[in-house]
Design a protein. Structure first.
Length: 352
C-alpha cells in the first residue's frame, strides 16, 4: 500500500486541530555514538504542541472530534496522579471549551503534593478526583458520568472507542516516519517506542500496511502478561484496520512488546531508565521521562548491548513525551545524578 492510499483511508476520520503535525524526525549523532549504533533518529512526538505535547495529543485530535460529534460538554478520563494522558486531555478540553474531569489515582506521587502534570491539570482548569487505593477507578468514572448526566451535562467517557481512534492516529505517525526517512535518504531497521497498547498498535499497523523495512519494538511501562499484551495490541491494530477499511491484519505473534525494563512497578524509576534520561539530555538536549521514555530508551540500549539490534543499524526512537513528570521525580533524579552544587561566598577562595 502506498502512503497516499493510506492517507486516503485516514481522511474519513474527522479531527479537531490540536496537534502540530507532522512532528520532526531529528538525527541524533551524539546519542548514536554514545549508544554505539550507526544512526539514530528520534521522532519528536513530544513536540505535538499542546501543553508540553506528547503522544496523546495526536490521538485526541480524533477522540475529541468524536466527543464533539456526540454533543459532549465535558470529558471524563484519568490514570496515575502524574498522568500525561490526563494532562493532555485537560489541555484539549480547555482548547475546545469543554470541562475536563480527571479521576486519577492517589498514588505515591500524589502524596508529594500538587506538582508536575498534576499542577498542569489544575492550571488548565480540570477538576481532579483522586481515587484511594482499593477503590475501583473505572466504577468511579462511570458513577461520575451518571451524576453529571443527572445534573444536565453531556459527558464523554474516554475509553475503548478512544483506544481504537488512538491506534488510527498512530498509523498517520507511521506514514510520517516513512516519508521523513525517504526525505533523509535513510532506511531503518528498528523503530522503538514506549507503549503498552494503542501507540504501538498504530505504528505496527502502519508499518505493515506500508510494507516498511522497520520492525516495531515496544517497551511497556507496567507489568502485564506478555501473551495478553501482544493479543491486546494486535486486537487494537486490527480494530483500527477494520475502521479504516484496510485488509491488513496483525497476529499476536507479530507484536514485539517487552516488559523487561519496567523494574519494580509502573511509575517507579529504574537505575537504567534514569541513566538513559541523563544520557539523552546530555548528548542531544532531549528530555525523556522516568516512567515511559526513559525505560524504553534503556531497553533499546540493552538491545544494542546484547546484539539484539545490530550496531550497523539505523534506529528510530519515537519520543511519546512526558517531560512535565520530571519535576515530580526530582528526588529520584537528584539522588541518581548526584548533581554538584557549590555556593560561592568568598571569591578569594576561588570559584573552582
Amino acid at each position: 500500500m502506498t502512503t497516499p492510499e493510506l492517507r486516503e483511508a485516514l481522511a474519513r476520520f474527522p479531527r479537531v486541530p490540536l496537534a502540530e503535525i507532522p512532528t520532526p524526525l531529528h538525527d541524533c549523532p551524539r546519542l548514536a555514538a554514545a549508544m554505539g549504533v550507526k544512526r539514530l533518529f528520534i521522532k519528536r512526538d513530544d513536540l505535538t504542541g499542546l501543553a508540553f505535547g506528547g503522544n496523546k495529543t495526536r490521538k485526541f485530535a480524533l477522540t475529541f472530534a468524536d466527543a464533539l460529534r456526540e454533543g459532549a460538554d465535558c470529558v471524563i478520563t484519568g490514570a496515575a496522579s502524574q498522568s500525561n494522558h490526563a494532562r493532555q486531555a485537560a489541555a484539549a478540553a480547555a482548547r475546545l471549551g469543554l470541562k475536563a474531569y480527571l479521576v486519577n489515582q492517589y498514588d505515591r506521587r500524589a502524596e508529594m503534593g500538587i506538582q508536575g502534570n498534576w499542577l498542569l491539570d489544575c492550571l488548565l482548569g480540570a477538576e481532579v478526583r483522586l481515587v484511594a487505593p482499593g477503590v475501583d477507578a473505572g466504577q468511579a468514572k462511570r458513577q461520575l458520568a451518571e451524576e453529571l448526566r443527572a445534573a444536565g451535562h453531556r459527558p464523554y467517557l474516554i475509553g475503548e472507542r478512544a483506544a481504537i481512534l488512538g491506534a488510527v492516529a498512530y498509523v498517520e505517525c507511521a506514514i510520517e516516519v516513512a516519508e521523513q526517512l525517504a526525505a533523509a535518504g535513510a532506511r531503518a531497521g528498528v523503530l522503538a517506542v514506549a507503549s503498552g497498547a494503542g501507540t504501538q498498535a498504530g505504528l505496527a499497523l502502519g508499518a505493515k500496511a506500508l510494507e516498511s523495512a522497520w520492525r516495531v519494538v515496544g517497551y511497556r511501562p507496567g507489568h502485564a502478561d506478555s501473551a495478553q499484551a501482544r493479543e491486546s495490541i494486535a486486537g487494537l491494530a486490527n480494530a483500527a484496520a477494520e475502521w479504516m477499511g484496510l485488509e491488513t491484519r496483525l497476529a499476536p505473534e507479530e507484536i514485539d512488546n517487552s516488559g523487561a525494563f519496567v523494574g519494580e512497578a509502573y511509575g517507579i524509576p529504574t537505575p537504567a531508565g534514569l541513566d538513559a534520561v541523563h544520557l539523552t539530555a546530555r548528548t542531544e538536549a532531549i528530555l525523556l521521562d522516568p516512567v515511559y521514555t526513559g525505560k524504553a530508551m534503556s531497553g533499546l540500549i540493552a538491545a544494542l548491548q546484547r546484539g539484539e539490534v545490530a550496531r550497523d543499524a539505523t534506529v528510530i526512537f519515537v519520543h511519546t513525551g512526558g517531560a512535565p513528570a520530571l519535576f515530580a521525580y526530582r528526588p529520584d533524579l537528584v539522588a541518581h545524578g548526584s548533581y554538584p552544587t557549590r555556593i560561592v561566598e568568598d571569591l578569594s577562595r576561588g570559584v573552582l
